[in-house]
Design a protein around this ligand. Structure first.
Ligand SMILES: NC(=O)c1ccc[n+]([C@@H]2O[C@H](COP(=O)([O-])OP(=O)(O)OC[C@H]3O[C@@H](n4cnc5c(N)ncnc54)[C@H](O)[C@@H]3O)[C@@H](O)[C@H]2O)c1
Length: 438
């Protein structure tokens, strides 16, 4: 797999129309990638159906949404929600009366976690229970969905699930240091991966961010067969991440956020799409650019590449609208700072010997290092410090633009998808935005 699997043309076909069904496989958050896709489905007049991950009661038991929660979720989505809890991952699953993986993690302390061992036979049992719970939930969801899709309709399944960080106190501290720590607070991501704690977390990421896509494709096989037999078409999309090509030194170059521990799960997600594609299922993982969402706030510096989109907007034929985005971004900076100052800071970051070592596609996802954490987190903090208001950032504005472009590219691209794994790099994002605002 390499980034030559990039979407390079604005998709021209269209497939989905009024009365077709769009199924969002994950919950919708305002800043999240899925909102760009849901907007497209709404504009096309599709019926929108969602799911819920459910909620936990005081004893950590998973429950459906209550009436108020359901009404709020349906209003937010603008569609019906199938109220069967589809929380993925096995961090809180266990045979009755036995400890969950999170309970086991909670026995570890900041002093013991590196050498602490876990009972893998027990973890395997918990994993099997969690997987079965999820698959049973998917079967119930599909049974309800059957009745919502009329003959001759096309169906778009949009997978958005990613996560799996267990709520264990010790890991909250470790995560903060791995993703946000520098200097004395730096912590090596490789040390985490070498520990039993890290190995458990990687398994949970696989379950949430990758295997759920497989369960969706498998669990909807009967529905897919029925729809296709009636002349309808079915598509599956998922959001991947595997670095992005952005403008560095005037040309598009691949770069990545480091350390992306979740990268192993994202590569597994790619393999799931490839395997499905080989079976004739139109399943595509779209590897998307770095943006700021509820899920990325933990990763300090993940937003840095996004700023280069401003340059891509100009390079890809941007006119008055692109210039107005430059002006809107300039207006967010404090007196005395210009966008050029921000871009110079970014150029120094990408040009540094430290960060150039991290532009190694084959070695992805590379572990963090003290020098890399220092320059990445430092640059991020410096750029935030150039703003008038830390809560109104250039990267907030640019994130909304990427949501808009990616929504259109994925929605239109899914009419005639070009392959199982496609990168949306800054060139095509910028071209799509310029086309939408011409
Ligand atoms: N934000 C980025 O920079 C970026 C870049 C590339 C790809 N992506 C991917 O885009 C997708 C959406 O993420 P986002 O950044 O928009 O954030 P988000 O927080 O809006 O979305 C996260 C999604 O994961 C679901 N989820 C979380 N934990 C879950 C669990 N245990 N079980 C089931 N579902 C769970 C949530 O319901 C939600 O739908 C993810 O697959 C993410 O990896 C994000």
């Amino acid at each position: 797999m390499n980034t030559t699997h990039a979407l390079t043309q604005l998709p021209q076909s269209s497939l989905f129309r009024k009365g077709d069904v769009f199924v969002l496989f994950g919950e919708l958050f305002g800043r999240g990638y899925a909102s760009g896709l849901v907007d497209q489905a709404r504009k096309a007049g599709m019926d929108i159906v969602g799911i819920t991950v459910g909620r936990r009661d005081d004893n950590n038991a998973l429950r459906p949404l209550d009436a108020d929660e359901l009404a709020a979720a349906e209003a937010n989505l603008g569609g019906r929600i199938i109220n069967v809890p589809l929380m993925a991952g096995f961090d809180l699953d266990a045979p009755a009366g036995e400890p969950t993986p999170t309970d086991l993690l909670n026995e570890l302390t900041l002093k013991t976690w590196e050498s602490g061992t876990l009972d893998w036979a027990h973890i395997d049992t918990c994993r099997a229970i969690g997987t079965e719970r999820f698959r049973t939930g998917v079967a119930e969801v599909m049974a309800q969905l059957e009745g919502m899709i009329g003959a001759g309709r096309n169906v778009f399944f949009a997978h958005t699930m990613a996560g799996g960080i267990p709520k264990a106190k010790v890991f909250m501290v470790i995560a903060n240091r791995i993703y946000k720590g520098r200097g004395d607070r730096f912590m090596s991501s490789q040390t985490l991966l070498d520990s039993d704690l890290g190995k458990l977390i990687l398994q949970n990421f696989d379950e949430v961010s990758a295997n759920t896509f497989g369960h969706l494709i498998e669990g909807s096989a009967a529905l897919r067969a029925r729809i296709e037999a009636g002349g309808g078409q079915v598509r599956y999309t998922a959001y991947g991440y595997h670095g992005t090509e952005i403008l560095i030194d005037g040309r598009y170059q691949w770069q990545t956020y480091t350390n992306y521990t979740q990268g192993y799960a994202k590569m597994r997600l790619e393999r799931i799409a490839q395997a499905a594609w080989e079976q004739g299922v139109k399943a595509t993982v779209y590897n998307c650019p770095e943006i700021r969402t509820n899920s990325t706030d933990v990763f300090a510096g993940v937003e840095l590449p996004l700023i280069s989109l401003l340059e891509a907007l100009r390079k890809e034929g941007g006119g008055a609208w692109a210039e107005s985005q430059w002006q809107a971004c300039q207006a967010l900076l404090a007196d005395g700072f210009t966008l050029q100052d921000v871009l110079d800071k970014l150029a120094a970051f990408h040009g540094s010997a430290v960060m150039q070592r991290y532009r190694d596609f084959a070695a992805w996802p590379m572990p963090n290092s003290p020098e890399q954490a220092d320059i990445q987190i430092g640059t991020s903090e410096d750029i935030v410090g150039m703003h008038k208001d830390r809560k109104a950032l250039i990267t907030d504005l640019l994130s909304t633009l990427v949501l808009e472009a990616s929504g259109a590219l994925i929605f239109n691209g899914s009419a005639a998808p070009a392959g199982p794994v496609l990168w949306l790099n800054h060139d095509i994002i910028a071209r799509q935005l310029n086309a939408l605002h011409a």
